[in-house]
Design a protein around this ligand. Sequence first.
Ligand SMILES: *[C@@H]1O[C@H](CO)[C@@H](O)[C@H](O)[C@H]1NC(C)=O
Ligand SMILES: *[C@@H]1O[C@H](CO)[C@@H](O)[C@H](O)[C@H]1NC(C)=O
Ligand SMILES: *[C@@H]1O[C@H](CO)[C@@H](O)[C@H](O)[C@H]1NC(C)=O
Ligand SMILES: *[C@@H]1O[C@H](CO)[C@@H](O)[C@H](O)[C@H]1NC(C)=O
Ligand SMILES: [Zn+2]
Ligand SMILES: [Zn+2]
Length: 318
Amino acid sequence: MESKYNLHSLSCIAFFLLLNIFQADVINARAVHPPHQHDVTKKNPQTLDYLKNLVGTRKGNTAKGLSHLKGYLSNLGYMNIDSIIAKPSPEQNNDSFDENLELAVRAYQSFFKLKVTGVLDAATVNQMMQPRCGVADNFSVLNQTHLMTESPVIAKHYTFFPGKPVWWPGKTDLTYSFPAGASYDLDEGIFEATGLWNNNSIFKFAYIKDYDKADVKISFQVWDHGDRAPFDGPGGVLAHAFAPTDGRLHFDGSEKWVDGVKDGAFDVQSVGLHELGHILGLGHSADANAVMWPTFQTKQRKGLGQDDIDGIKALYPS
Ligand SMILES: *[C@@H]1O[C@H](CO)[C@@H](O)[C@H](O)[C@H]1NC(C)=O
Ligand SMILES: *[C@@H]1O[C@H](CO)[C@@H](O)[C@H](O)[C@H]1NC(C)=O
Ligand SMILES: *[C@@H]1O[C@H](CO)[C@@H](O)[C@H](O)[C@H]1NC(C)=O
Ligand SMILES: *[C@@H]1O[C@H](CO)[C@@H](O)[C@H](O)[C@H]1NC(C)=O
Ligand SMILES: [Zn+2]
Ligand SMILES: [Zn+2]
């Protein structure tokens, strides 16, 4: 571990020296590593494995793990949409598959274009186990009348955060930074992601060294890191970011990250592009081609889709 780390640091230094010649701005970003990378071996208490035992459960059933499922769907916005689904009170949050859970499962299936059955079938559980962004989905884009039918709602659309928060008028230059002394060797991927938004929106992201002064603060975090949205170890939640004008963008340091397309690793550029979309005010898209679609695979790179560009233009008409 120690020698591998040193070797890696060395190659980073060489890389940064090389970059320095061409792009003074970029290299000011710090060369470091996600903190606590050794934590990846830690047993994950919030593993999604419990879901496998729930395949086939439906309304009326009681099964161990259903209360966790309610927590999962609640965190993702599926159990607290006022008009149709009430958030369960603590005493209601037991292992019984009630009507609220059925509605939440239907909404989930609809967002992900699965057969809308309200039953926790294998396809639904498989989708739930996919690595994804931790920001809640917004299914207001779905036609709620359709939630009671079997066919998935044909929604192909960007969404925004509740209340549509945006950067204030005229604030189009956004600075970003990484924590001082933090190990970070993936800044080139973030630089590319900011470039894609710069080219396709009214915004201009630019790196600055002073983390405290930056509009957008990008860091690796693990497990509970003080923002009431704890990460969950390897798999599950990969990253999250806050709505305007907060500016915090967190990657889960327990994942394997790479700038590129590589077996077993997530692309920091693609996930960064997605999280920067949240920083600007975009919610999740129900269009699987959009970078704002909630899930990501390892060895996958995504750019901006037409839906992402339509979304940012709708949020900030020029
Ligand atoms: C579980 O909660 C429901 C309310 O959602 C309640 O009606 C039911 O009696 C509870 N079941 C048990 C076993 O506590
Ligand atoms: C929702 O679906 C219903 C039933 O198919 C349809 O009549 C209605 O026009 C739809 N609403 C919207 C906003 O698409
Ligand atoms: C969902 O997105 C719409 C715009 O698409 C926005 O008006 C609404 O406030 C959002 N609601 C939630 C709960 O995020
Ligand atoms: C942004 O546009 C410029 C000019 O067309 C181009 O050189 C650059 O590669 C683009 N950046 C990205 C990240 O696509
Ligand atoms: Zn997201
Ligand atoms: Zn966080």
